[in-house]
Design a protein around this ligand. Structure first.
Ligand SMILES: Cc1cc2nc3c(=O)[nH]c(=O)nc-3n(C[C@H](O)[C@H](O)[C@H](O)COP(=O)(O)OP(=O)(O)OC[C@H]3O[C@@H](n4cnc5c(N)ncnc54)[C@H](O)[C@@H]3O)c2cc1C
Length: 470
């Protein structure tokens, strides 16, 4: 350990989307910045074992499914179809590599020091870096610290991850062959996305969800449509079902489930446990530092990302709010700007949530139920993709766009979409939310024809009873 810690204006602990973005923004603002990351690569969960690799596999398996089931309708004949899982996984790893290398380039460009090792925060804003192998960089005296240590998957006590047969997201991204039967515990975003990958490639996939529906918390119309479409594709969705025990026996996994008093043992060759994630406070002794933490162990912060300890900030999955990369990134920007003396604040109203199944699902704002329960009078506009010309050209008529708007003021309150490429379509709506737009604002805006985005315009007009094409 160095006797004299090196001074730094900002030390960020964690190099995921929260931490690396905070570091880049701090450096842009002229602050000397160190980012401590203990993984071999930058990018955190998102880039290494989350958003990016899962989408790479979703894209590959989507192409496979198109070739298997939809190409024929376009007059495209494909002889015998096969999937080389090793190549698909290598491609995924290459995509991850492009992203992690890109981050190293950005760190160099912005003159950010990457302190490789595990950061440990001591009182007085001293950050020790264990395992850096570089004595001179083993400790930093930071003016400001940003904690961005992320989250880890929740384990079931009777099903400890071995990442061979009992998988978290990490193991589910490296299954070496198409499973015969993949059992997914948890019908949330991660379970449905990774379950879809292997189902498209031919695996039998059973999703077990304790709650009465998949995608708990999303708009009920979306959930209904998603349930219908995913079940039609072949995902076996067992909702209201409790996993009571589970074990691995050689290459098999045995999962005991119970529903309405009846019990059953499911046998699969892999089980993915996707029952949620919890904040990680690796290297952060909250009690010793006097940091305020919530019920789930998350670090409590204000809307400027300040903790209750002076000059200590926290962002991303280790603080309250949805565990999403874009939320972590924005919090990183706010923390860096507040440190630099700007009047930045985090706004949580317009954070989109997306499920990258096919069709995709995207939402921003309040669900219809939330609006109804608030007692506010509202109107709903809804437009199906079957009535959208571009969706028809693509053979992608499933799904709809739905708006919930205030009945008096027409203010947009919520938008819920299921359909082709809605992960991209939602951006327009998020912008509209940020500008406090009404449904009429979107409805009277010219949208290019023929595009999927016309469904957004039409649904917005629908809230006023003025849709043209339905
Ligand atoms: C399968 C999957 C798919 C996902 N898909 C999406 C998606 O499509 N869109 C989306 O928005 N979100 C997605 N997420 C969620 C997203 O990955 C997280 O919300 C995001 O990564 C959180 O960023 P973060 O910076 O807070 O934490 P993390 O990304 O978890 O990064 C924390 C980093 O801190 C490092 N670290 C922790 N403690 C220390 C320490 N003491 N010293 C040094 N380093 C430390 C860790 O090694 C890690 O690199 C997905 C997650 C999973 C698991």
């Amino acid at each position: 350990m160095a006797t004299q810690p090196s001074p730094a204006h900002v030390v960020v602990i964690g190099g995921g989307p929260g931490g690396y973005v905070a570091a880049i923004r701090a450096a842009q603002l002229g602050l000397s910045t160190v980012c401590v990351e203990m993984d071999r690569t930058l990018g955190g969960t998102c880039v290494n074992v989350g958003c990016i690799p899962s989408k790479a596999l979703l894209d590959s398996s989507h192409h496979y499914e198109f070739a298997a089931h939809s190409a024929k309708a376009h007059g495209i004949g494909i002889g015998s179809l096969s999937i080389d899982v090793a190549t698909m996984l290598k491609r995924k790893d290459d995509v991850v590599g492009q992203n992690t290398k890109g981050l190293e380039f950005l760190f160099k460009k912005n003159k950010i020091t990457w302190a490789r090792g595990r950061g440990r925060l001591r009182a007085g804003n001293i950050v020790e870096v264990e395992g850096s192998g570089d004595e001179s960089a083993a400790a930093y005296q930071a003016k400001h610290v940003i904690i961005a240590t992320g989250s880890v998957p929740v384990e079931l006590p009777f099903l400890r991850f071995d990442e061979e047969r009992i998988l978290s997201n990490v193991g589910a991204l490296t299954i070496p062959r198409v499973p015969r039967h993949l059992i997914v515990i948890g019908g949330g975003i991660i379970g449905l996305e990774l379950g879809s990958v292997w189902r498209r490639l031919g695996a039998k996939v059973t999703v077990i969800e304790l709650l009465p529906t998949i995608l708990p918390g999303m708009d009920e119309d979306l959930v209904k449509e998603a349930t219908r479409l995913l079940a039609k594709q072949g995902l076996e969705l067992r909702t209201g079902t409790k996993v009571t025990a589970g074990r691995r026996e050689g290459d098999r996994v045995l999962i005991d489930v119970a529903k309405d008093g009846a019990t059953e043992t499911l046998e699969g060759d892999y089980v993915l446990v996707a029952v949620g994630r919890k904040p990680s406070l690796n290297g952060i002794d909250a009690a010793a530092l006097g940091l305020g933490v919530g019920r789930r162990g998350e670090i409590l912060v204000d809307d400027r990302m300040r903790t209750n300890v002076e000059n200590v900030f926290a962002i991303g999955d280790c603080v309250p709010g949805p565990m999403l990369a874009h939320k972590a990134e924005e919090e990183g920007v706010v923390a860096a700007e507040v440190i630099a003396g700007h009047a930045a604040r985090m706004h949580y109203r317009s954070i989109p949530g997306i499920v990258y199944t096919w069709p995709e699902i995207a939402a921003v704002g309040l669900t219809e139920r939330e609006v109804r329960e608030s007692g506010r009078e509202y109107r709903v506009g809804r437009f199906p993709f079957t009535a959208n010309g571009r969706a028809r050209t693509a053979g992608e008529g499933a799904g709809f766009v739905k708006f919930v708007a205030d009945a008096q003021t027409d203010e947009l309150l919520g938008c819920h979409m299921i359909g082709p490429s809605v992960s991209e379509l939602v951006a327009e709506v998020v912008l509209a939310f940020e500008y406090g737009a009404s449904s009429e604002d979107i409805g009277i805006t010219i949208h290019a024809h023929p595009t999927l985005s016309e469904a957004v315009k039409e649904a917005a007009l629908g809230a006023l009873g003025r849709s043209i094409h339905i």
